[in-house]
Structure formats: C-alpha cells, structure tokens
Design a protein around this ligand. Structure first.
Ligand code: ATP
Ligand code: MG
Length: 461
C-alpha cells in the first residue's frame, strides 16, 4: 500500500521521485514559489509541498490548487528548512483530480462554528477538529476491544431489533412492516399478529439482558454496538442513536464491577493519550485547555466511591446552590452530578446503592430493603458516563420485584429462567461511547463526536 502522509512525515529525505495524494488545505503564493499544504486525513499535520515556479509553473493548475481540491503530486521528499516539519515535498508535477471552486466550497480557512459544521456533516470531517475526533474515536474503539479481549472477555453481538417485551418502556423506536395508513386492529388496538415478527418489535435500548444470557455461559462477555433511544430532549449529551459498551461478568459483585469500570476508563484514556498525542494537543489548545494534564491525573488517581445516601447529605448541605432540591429518594440531576464531581470530589466519582424506586427492576436488593446495588460513574463536565449494577440473582426476589413494579412475569420468562437454572452472582454496566469521547476530547456537544448524529428532527446524512 502507498504510504500515508502520516508515514511520509516520519520518513527521511530520499532521492527517488514519489507520488503523493491528498486534499489541499491552504496555499501561499509568491512570485517565485508556491507553498501548499496537503492532508489525507491520516494525521493532523499536513505535508508541505513547494513549487519552484522557475522550474515548474503551470499557471492553470496552480490556480486550481484551492482549499478542498483533490490532487496527485509527483515530487522529491527533501529536508525542510521550516520549524514545523522535518521533510517537505518539492513538486515536479501536479495533477488536479477534483476541483473545489473557492466561490462555493463551504470550508474556507477561517474557523467555523460547530453548529455551522453540523449542517454540512458530509464535509466536516475535513476540518482539523472533526478530523481529530474521527481518529480518536477509531483508536478508542480499538482500545475498547483490546481492553476486554486482553482480559478474556468474549464479544457478543446482541440483537438490534428486539421483539422481547422486557426492555425499558417508553423511549423506544418501533420496528414494523405494517402499512401505517392501514393498521390492522382488533377491538380498537393494533393487531401485531399481522406484523413481521407477529408481535410488536423495537430497536434495542440496551443489550444487557441478552448479554446476561452469555455471561451465564461464558462468564465474562461484552457488547459494543448501536443503541437507540427516542430521547425527546435536546441536550448536549443525548443522542437517539449512540454506541454502548456493556460488559457483563459472572461471579462478580458490585465491587468487582466498579473495579472493572474504573480500570476500563483509565485504560482507554491512557491508550488515547499515548496513541493520539498529536490530536489530543489540538483539544488541549483549542477545545478544553489543560485537558491532557487533567486526564493524565485521572489515569493516575483512584476514583472516589460514595453511597447515594452520603452523596445526598453532601448535596443537602448546599441546597441553596441548586435549582432542583436534592433530597433522599430523588434522582441526581445533572447540576448535582456536576457539583459532586467538580466541587466536592474534584474528579470522577462512583455513586452506589441508589434507592430502589429510581432504578431498574433487575438490580440486586440490599439487605436494607430500600436501596439496590447500583453504581453510576460520574465525571466532571459531563455527569453520568456509566450506569451499572449487580443483578438480582434470586428467583424469588426478582419475581417479587417484577410484580411490585406492575410488570408481567410472562414477559420475562427467559430472564427468570436464568435465575432458575444455574443462577450465580453477576454484574455489569453500560458506558455510552460518545460520552467517553466527549470526556476525552472536551468536545461540548455529543453531536460533534459521532459522524452522523441522530436527534429529534435530525437524520439528514
Ligand atoms: P441519562 O440519565 O444520562 O439519560 P441513563 O440513566 O438513561 O442516562 P443508562 O440507561 O444507565 O443511562 O445507560 C448507560 C449509559 O449509556 C449512560 O451512562 C450514558 O453514558 C449512555 N447513554 C444513555 N442514554 C444516552 C443517550 N441518549 N445518548 C448517548 N448516550 C447515552
Ligand atoms: Mg436516560
């Protein structure tokens, strides 16, 4: 394969003419020389190309070297006198592969707002910031697999279409092949026996319940896939389609779960700091000043751990500061999460043992009968990035909980079977991949860390 610009920038000057490919980023012209910068997306840095106009001066081609144009350049890699790079390309021939007329090309040199760029999601990966996000995202995906694979976890592909009734209510996107203008009904309600799956189906909101099946055969498993929630809110940390990582571990208690979550976050951050140093420097300078040092210190310190009850006491001491009054029994609002991570603990914190009424039915009940073995990992700037728990492994208690919550036992038959046959303590968590990317890059809006964000009224690209 031909070398990328990233590889070329690390090479020594050589004596054979080579051909380089990329898109023009900037051009400076003077009487005798023309300089332009080429990018092929392989790294943040560009390859500087120099045209000595006394030797080679095709006016028509030089005029077409505008920002965004795709080109093929023959030239000699020579030592660069400039301070920014050690090599540059001395062009002997330039071919324009695709023009990008300056009058209409939307990405000119100046910095564009992220809002503006969202409307041109087909061109925004060509900018420095979104280009860097793209590389960090890819590298982080690899690190996620690496972390789990190195530790013997199996990667499970849980279904995207789910026709089981035991996922979360509300927030779901229905999947149907029925004609919406002519929906079959019996007795006033929709008759799903005529639908593709013979029952109502939806896009998955979590792969956890299915991952539990495999944890109870393969011990340590994880999922990493798209997840869909019809979030009707317009926040900077919710998408309708996002990627979730969900490990599930058998013979594992809440403490083991917290240890894995903490090791995992530190591992991915460490991996990015090491492998994406150049891109991280961009975020450090232009997006979130000081983020590199602050992430490095996260990797080297322990996450705080506090029970919900103690966290609540801390918040109640400072009631006046909040719009939503903190009190035992209510869920933490994002202002509370911010306060805990930024003011009280000054770093990531794991909150455990939440009141049962604000958590899902499958979480293991504590002996107090009031709280469950839940854990949320909260981080500065963002709030929650992980939600997890030890799962209820007692058939009796899980059945009671399903009934208490007004759910139908029959809808959970296979989930209950897992407690009937070979039930063992097990735990897991869900991490929103985009929130982790936001945390690592400092990007403020979740729509800018996924290539094609899906939110209310937005699915153009
Ligand atoms: P939140 O309170 O922020 O809506 P949640 O309690 O609904 O989160 P969980 O159901 O515990 O979240 O999901 C696990 C993780 O998935 C969350 O910690 C978060 O990182 C991520 N997540 C949840 N909903 C979204 C979303 N709509 N967009 C992006 N990430 C999400
Ligand atoms: Mg939510």
């Amino acid at each position: 394969m031909r070398p990328s610009i990233k590889e070329i920038l690390l090479m020594n000057p050589d004596t054979d003419t080579r051909t380089v490919y990329g898109w023009v980023r900037t051009k400076r012209d003077s009487k005798n020389v023309c300089f332009f910068e080429l990018s092929d997306g392989s790294c943040l840095k560009n390859l500087q190309v120099i045209v000595d106009k006394e030797k080679y001066n095709p006016d028509d081609i030089l005029a077409k070297l505008t920002t965004g144009a795709g080109v093929e350049v023959d030239g000699l890699l020579v030592e660069s006198p400039g301070a920014n790079q050690s090599v540059e390309l001395q062009a002997s021939e330039i071919r324009i592969l695709g023009e990008a007329p300056a009058e209409s090309y939307p990405l000119q040199k100046k910095r564009h707002s992220f809002e503006f760029l969202r409307d041109i999601a087909h061109l925004r990966p060509r900018t420095n910031a979104l280009g860097a996000v793209t590389r960090v995202r890819s590298t982080a995906s690899f690190a996620v697999h690496r972390f789990f694979q190195d530790r013997g976890f199996y990667y499970i592909h849980t279904p995207i279409i789910s026709a089981s009734d035991c996922e979360g209510a509300g927030e779901m996107f229905q999947v149907t092949t029925m004609d919406l203008n002519n929906i079959p009904k019996t007795g006033g309600s929709v008759d799903y026996t005529h639908d593709f799956f013979g029952k109502s189906a939806a896009l998955t909101v979590s792969g956890q319940l299915e991952a539990e099946i495999y944890a109870l055969s393969h011990s340590n498993v994880y999922t990493f896939g798209p997840t869909f929630r019809a979030e009707n809110s317009n926040t900077a940390r919710h998408l309708a389609e996002f990627w979730m990582i969900e490990p599930e571990m058998a013979f594992c208690s809440l403490d083991g779960n917290m240890d894995t979550a903490e090791d995992f976050i530190k591992y991915v951050i460490g991996y990015i700091l090491e492998h994406c140093a150049e891109d991280m420097e961009l975020f450090n300078k232009f997006i979130e000043k000081g983020i590199v040092d602050s992430l490095a210190s996260v990797v080297n310190s322990e996450f705080h751990r506090v029970t919900y009850t103690d966290a609540m006491k801390e918040l109640e001491k400072n009631k006046a500061k909040f719009e939503f009054e903190p009190s035992w029994g209510v869920d933490l609002q994002s202002e509370h999460e911010k306060y805990l991570t930024e003011q009280v603990f000054k770093g990531p914190v794991i909150v455990t043992d939440y009141p049962k009424d604000i958590k899902a039915f499958y979480m293991k009940m504590n002996d107090d009968g009031k709280t469950v073995r839940a854990m949320d990992v909260l981080v500065p700037r963002l709030g929650e990035i992980i939600g997890g728990s030890q799962r209820e492994d007692s058939l009796e208690k899980l059945t009671a909980r399903i009934n208490d919550m007004g759910l139908e036992e029959k809808d959970y038959w296979w989930y209950l079977d897992l407690r009937r046959y070979g039930s063992v303590p097990h735990s897991g968590f869900g991490l929103g991949f985009e929130r982790l990317i936001q945390y690592m890059t400092g990007m403020q809006n979740i729509r800018d860390v996924i290539p094609f964000p899906r939110t209310v009224h937005n699915a153009e690209f």
